[in-house]
Design a protein around this ligand. Structure first.
Ligand SMILES: C[S@@+](CC[C@H](N)C(=O)[O-])C[C@H]1O[C@@H](n2cnc3c(N)ncnc32)[C@H](O)[C@@H]1O
Ligand code: SF4
Length: 486
């Protein structure tokens, strides 16, 4: 066997071994029987929020004592629709619609400032996402960044992130967009590379090829941005072999961070992307099965480790530990407050979440009436707060017991005793005096382990979708099991 064949055989054998362990945990009820998953990104899950009024969410809300609130802004426009994408948005040039949207976004910010009684927002970090914020023309981008930063105290902001696709920084306006972002203080770019295999990129209906994605990363690095490159695994067209090739190229990219998403076929938001047809339509390119997808995940871990990467926040890897998304860390690990502006954006305020409307018409109509475009939300009680303060930090990094006490009023040692004990016994979490976190095996199944702490009404799948083993998430999951009789 050649050295290359030998390495491939070794990677595949290790990945197969991991899959056997996953199957054992599936039999114990941790992983859903059909292998499907729902990423644990909010708690309760965003799709399950009831309708609420602005007053219900913000009537008794007070800005944190230090005045800091992170900022998210959503720009729902893209060049074209990627096969795997579920995010609602308008496609193509849409110049008038973009102008209109930006003018409403500006007004939404003003309504918010008024409601919160603030002159400016003081964020620790900012994230612009979408959609593709850089799919605005340079003039629109400048107009947007000007009115945004006029309403923000930028002196408090340690990191300013923008999510984008390679095309929007590599086309004829790309250089100008990069310069504008620099001018307005953007520090970190998350670039949707998705794959480095041209066949797969074509199947994804991406607007760029691998070479352009690599050049987008290089150009961003040359301009002095911190760079995070995003990938998807488990997508049609991917095989174990071509995924190893993509991973081998990914680790040679000059990016500071590499981020890996497992393909989500069934949407967990309101829209459903076209990818679902690849499951049902027999003439479409098939989606890799659960086993192949788990093996791809293990291959990613192994190649990243081989190349000196650490998982700083879940599914985001870098060689330097000090490099990570402050926005994600602030919101998911520190549980700091954050406001989301724009269509479908969500806000997280200590014990509550608010979600903006999903339709352009309703978004415009509410703002025309001088109202915030919030239409759904949730206020957590003591029990749900005790769950939230484990789920997000454990999924993304670890739970610091002192923070847990400060946020929930509970000692960590007094809550979820049976679950914690079982997860420890199965080698999924560790605990020491100060922290509780995922073991390497727990990290591999981070969504499933975090969801063990969801209350039964917020579990992603019905009980019949899980084996009746000791890790079935419905077991030992009453209020009393969670927080005793507190
Ligand atoms: C909201 S998208 C925006 C990125 C940017 N518009 C782009 O496409 O380059 C953020 C990231 O989520 C990931 N993503 C989107 N849809 C997904 C899906 N169905 N399953 C898994 N990951 C997905 C992709 O890696 C994508 O880059
Ligand atoms: S993945 Fe990005 S570029 Fe593609 S449709 Fe979704 S938001 Fe737009």
């Amino acid at each position: 066997m050649s050295e290359k064949q030998d390495r491939y055989a070794h990677l595949l054998a290790k990945a197969e071994e991991k899959f056997n362990i996953v199957q054992e945990l599936q039999q114990k009820g941790l992983v859903c029987l059909d292998g499907d998953f729902v990423p644990s990104v909010h708690y309760p899950p965003i799709t399950q929020y009831p309708e609420v009024t602005q007053d219900f969410i913000l009537g008794d809300y007070t800005v944190p004592a230090d005045g800091k609130i992170d900022v998210y802004v959503h720009i729902p426009f893209c060049e074209k629709r990627c096969l795997f994408c579920h995010y609602p948005g308008k496609l193509g040039r849409q110049q008038e619609e973009k102008d209109k949207y930006l003018s409403y976004l500006k007004k939404e910010m003003d309504i918010y400032l008024d409601v919160l009684g603030l002159e400016k927002i003081k964020p620790r970090s900012i994230l612009l996402g979408g959609g593709t914020p850089t799919y605005l023309t340079p003039e629109q981008l400048e107009y947007f960044l000007k009115f945004l930063t006029d309403r923000i105290d930028m002196s408090s902001c340690a990191q300013f992130n923008v999510d984008l696709d390679p095309n929007s920084i590599m086309d004829e306006d790309g250089q100008r967009r990069m310069e504008i972002m620099k001018e307005y203080g953007v520090t970190r770019l998350t670039i949707g590379v998705q794959s480095l295999n041209d066949e797969v990129l074509k199947l994804m209906n991406r607007a760029h090829d691998a070479d352009r994605a690599v050049r987008a990363v290089e150009r961003s690095m040359d301009m002095g941005f911190e760079v995070n490159a995003e990938f998807i695994y488990g997508h049609p067209g991917q095989t174990l072999e071509n995924w190893i090739e993509v991973m081998d190229k990914a680790v040679t990219l000059p990016a500071h961070e590499l981020q890996f998403y497992r393909l989500k076929v069934q949407a967990y938001g309101d829209g459903q992307g076209a990818i679902i047809n690849n499951r049902t339509n027999r003439s479409a390119v098939p989606i890799p099965d659960f086993k192949e997808t788990m093996m791809m995940k293990q291959i990613s871990y192994d190649i990243l480790e081989e190349s000196g990467y650490h998982e700083n926040l879940r599914r985001v890897f870098s060689k330097q530990r000090k490099i990570f998304s402050h926005y994600a860390y602030n919101q998911c690990c520190n549980l700091y407050d954050q406001i989301g502006f724009g269509l479908t954006a969500f806000s997280s305020y200590r014990d509550r979440f608010a979600l903006n409307t999903q339709s352009f018409e309703e978004y415009y109509a509410k703002i025309d009436n001088n109202m915030l475009p919030v239409n759904r939300g949730y206020k957590r009680d003591k029990e749900q707060q005790a769950r939230w303060a484990i789920i997000l930090p454990i999924k993304n990094r670890d739970v610091r017991k002192a923070d847990y006490r400060r946020i929930t009023g509970f000692e960590f040692d007094d809550v979820f005793k049976k679950k914690v004990e079982r997860l420890k016994r199965n080698g999924l979490i560790y605990e020491d005096e100060r922290t509780v976190g995922l073991t390497p095996l727990g990290k591999f199944l981070a969504d499933e382990v975090a969801e063990e702490f969801n209350s039964v009404e917020f579990l992603p799948f019905p009980r019949s979708n899980y084996a009746e083993g000791e890790l079935n998430p419905y077991l030992n999951n009453t209020t009393e099991d969670a927080i005793g009789d507190a």
